[in-house]
Structures are given as C-alpha cells and as structure tokens.
Write a protein that binds this ligand. Structure first.
Ligand code: SAH
Ligand code: SF4
Length: 334
C-alpha cells in the first residue's frame, strides 16, 4: 500500500517535498481541549508571546533559506488586540521579499470578518483540524461548555473556503474510542469538504491533561499502543494519498515523536510537506502540545539540515523557494 501511495504521489504531485517554516509564536489559549498541553487549564505552563521583531526575523530567515512558505501557529485568541496584531504581522511578513513567502495561518476558530481581514492582509492558506469527523467523538475530546462545538469548527472550514483560502484540515489518530470506521469517515470528510491540504498525526499523551491522565490510568499508553497509533497514522497518509491524489499531505512532527523515522515513513507513504521548526529555541519547551515533542534542543539551522537529509534518504528532493501550493486547489478551479 505504501509503494502504491508513493507512486501516486510521484505521478500527481511529484517526489518533491515542500517546506513550511513553522513558527509557534504564542501559547496563550482561550480553549481547553482535553488532549492539549497548552490548554487554558494547564497552570503549569508559562505563557509566552514571541516579540514581533523576532517573528519577523525568523520569517526573513525562512525566506533567505528558500523555504518558500511559513506557517504561523499559536493558541486560540479572539480578542480585538490579537486580531489586529495578526493582521499587522501578516502585512509585515508579506512584505518580506515583496510577497515572496507563502503564508499559512493556524490560529483556530474565528469569525468570517476576521478570516477575511487576515486573507486581505496576505494569508492565503489556513489550517484548522476538524480533529475527528465524528461529532460524538469530538464531544468526548472537548469540554461541553458551549465553546468547543464541532458544528462551529465545521462552519469555520466552510467559511475559509468561501473566502478563497486554500483550506487544510486533519485529525488525530489513535484517540480513545476512535474506530476504523471513524478514520474511514475522516478521509471521506476531506473529500466532501474539498480539502486541499491535510495535516494529521497520532494522538500523543500530554501528562497534565484530562485525556492524557485518563489514557495513562487505563494503562493504554504502552509502547505497543504507541506503535499502533503510528502505524495507523502512516496508513492514513497512504490511504488519503491513494484516494485524493493531488492534495498536499504533511509528514507531521507527532509522527516523529512516536518513532525517530516517523516522518520518513510518512514521506514514503505519500506525504509531501514538511514543517521544520523555526520557533525560537527558548520558547520550544513552552509549546508542548504533547509529551516528548522532538527537536526541543535544536536551533533552526539544525532543523533545516536534519530535514534535508531525511528528504534525500527517501529519494525525494526539496522544492526550494517555491510556495508548493496544493495542485488540488488549482485543479479545482479549472
Ligand atoms: N490552537 C490552534 C492551533 C494550535 S493546536 C488549533 O487548535 O487549531 C494544533 C493542533 O495540535 C491541533 O489541531 C491538534 O490536532 C494538535 N494537538 C494538540 N494536542 C495534541 C496531542 N496531545 N496529540 C497530538 N496532537 C495534538
Ligand atoms: Fe488551544 Fe489549539 Fe490546544 Fe485547543 S488544540 S487547547 S485551541 S492550542
């Protein structure tokens, strides 16, 4: 199956992998997702905001390294100050090299007006994982406080597409209570939503979260269980490539958390996007969505060199200096 998926990747998107420099610029979050290490309720986390000039310096570094694109990610905030801040930041990132950098945003659920403002300011791709296409499973992963609704998340995906963003989504794999049918439905959901980019990966325990504690207490976070979550994740990459063909699929960091070669496995099974960390090293330990996130000690240069050798090791090349947009998005417009 992996070989077949790799052949489809080669035919439809080429064996060229694209980089998006991943800048995790703040861990402040109004949400309380039960799986996530930077949820509002985790009082053990020191909160940080990367100074604006540092974000811009890192984005400029990505441009100089010919990364082609950056992804700006943070916890979720919906206040006016944050919306204005992101808008200004986008304009400044866009100005680097006169619009040379592709920009993906990943900062959660927002109103249509906000998404539109950010689109106008220069973001053209948006990542918002549906986490699970099964609303019942979604409900078990989030507090029932009216602020974590599956329907709202789904509506956000529709709005983003309406505005003209290239929309990315994805799910966590190996969640407690998740079935193979759920995973099959997830792939069908990508198809139904006409999704251009997929970012998915294994669920990984964070020790100080309600879900992480439950999983640990139930004794189901064994090495064998983690290996199974990784295997399912790589299988999901392969199946998604075989089924959707011309989309972008990320080899995500969570895959590497469960196996040192997790991302290579994903590239060989059809993934074509890598997101080298360019988060400032001093903030990496405070942006731990899950335990054992790799690369905490590395600097951005090491992440670049390490990933390039990973790409070469599977026989692919890097699409330096290119946005690497999803062909699906444009094939759709034809
Ligand atoms: N706040 C934004 C972006 C940051 S979180 C948002 O939620 O969209 C980005 C992704 O990290 C989430 O969509 C989720 O799928 C993933 N994530 C969070 N906790 C995780 C965990 N314990 N294991 C695996 N992935 C996790
Ligand atoms: Fe916040 Fe995103 Fe983590 Fe949910 S997954 S708690 S929205 S950072």
């Amino acid at each position: 199956m992996y070989d077949a998926a790799y052949a489809v990747k080669k035919e439809w998107v080429g064996n060229v992998d694209y980089y998006r420099g991943l800048l995790e610029f703040s861990n402040r979050c109004i949400k309380n997702c039960r799986y996530c290490g930077i949820r509002r309720g985790n009082k053990q986390v020191e909160r940080f905001d990367t100074p604006r000039e540092d974000i811009l310096a890192m984005a400029r570094w990505c441009y100089e390294q010919k990364y082609g694109s950056v992804t700006l990610q943070s916890g979720e905030r919906q206040d006016a100050a944050f919306i204005d801040y992101v808008e200004g930041l986008l304009r400044d990132v866009k100005a680097i090299g006169n619009g040379a950098l592709g920009i993906t945003l990943c900062v959660g659920e927002q109103t249509k007006e906000t998404y539109q403002r950010w689109y106008n300011a220069g973001a053209h791709r948006y990542l918002l994982r549906i986490e699970s296409s099964n609303p019942k499973l979604y409900a078990t992963l989030h507090p029932q406080d009216g602020n974590h609704k599956w329907k709202v998340r789904k509506a956000c995906l529709d709005t983003l597409a309406e505005i003209g963003y290239q929309v990315g989504t994805g799910v966590m794999i190996g969640l407690p209570g998740q079935t193979l049918d759920d995973l099959a439905e997830d792939v069908l959901f990508y198809k139904k939503q006409n999704i251009a980019m997929i970012g998915m990966g294994p669920y990984v325990v964070h020790h100080n979260t309600p879900l992480g504690k439950k999983v640990r207490e139930a004794g189901v976070d064994t090495p064998a269980a983690r290996a199974e979550r990784l295997r399912l994740s790589i299988n999901m990459v392969a199946v998604t490539r075989l089924f959707l063909k011309d989309v972008n699929i990320a080899a995500t960091t969570a895959m590497q958390t469960l196996h040192p070669l997790g991302r290579e496995m994903a590239l060989k099974a059809g993934a074509n996007i890598l997101m080298p960390l360019v988060t400032l090293p001093q903030f990496r330990s405070q942006y731990q969505l899950y335990d054992n996130k790799p690369c905490l000690e590395e600097g951005q240069e090491q992440c670049r060199d390490c990933l390039s050798s990973r790409v070469a090791s599977v026989g692919d090349t890097v699409g330096w200096g290119q946005w690497g947009d999803s062909p699906h998005f444009f094939n759709n417009l034809k």
